[in-house]
Design a protein around this ligand. Structure first.
Ligand code: CA2
Length: 152
């Protein structure tokens, strides 16, 4: 059976490619998802990519990932990275391997972006490589899933 990965992007990421290109690049979220799907095919996995501006929707998608048949998660929670204990709790509860993804490098920006709540429930983080961050995170997640006994 094919390994299925769920990729979740949070608030305002639907604006990608339309504003602040100096921070977030010129590619749209649809471009990012298309690239991710291409990379997934090359890796022999499938990716389902979703975006929502609503914290509860992100929590619901994370919470349903195990019964939805997903083996792991890529999550860019947007600004909720820095505020959401609800998303942290959902990631902990679902207990699937998760990689935190960011287009920009939050550590190099305003001090309030240095705190990530979700990091505590993630196996790793890829940040600062624009749209490439998503592909690099997928590579890391798939490698991690292939390692025996790497996850409980
Ligand atoms: O770098 C990232 O991926 C972020 O998760 C993006 C969030 C930000 O709050 C995080 O600190 C880092 C913001 C997403 C807003 O996306 C936009 C895209 C284009 C234009 C305006 C906003």
């Amino acid at each position: 059976m094919t390994t299925r990965i769920l990729c979740i992007s949070g608030p305002n990421l639907q604006l990608l490619g339309t504003r602040e290109p100096e921070v977030y690049g010129r590619e749209t979220l649809a471009d990012v998802h298309a690239r991710l799907e291409k990379r997934a095919r090359a890796l022999g996995v499938t990716v389902e990519a979703r975006q929502s501006n609503h914290e509860g929707a992100l929590v619901d998608w994370i919470g349903g990932a195990r019964e939805g048949g997903f083996a792991g998660l890529l999550v860019n929670p947007g600004a909720y990275t820095h505020t959401s204990i609800a998303i942290l709790d959902a990631l902990r509860a679902v207990a699937l391997p998760c990689v935190e993804v960011h287009l920009s490098n939050p550590d190099g920006r305003e001090p309030f972006r240095r705190r990530s709540y979700v990091a505590r429930a993630c196996i790793g983080r890829v940040a600062g490589f624009g749209a490439d961050s998503y592909e690099l995170a997928l590579d890391g997640l798939v490698r991690s899933l292939a390692r025996p006994r790497s996850h409980a």
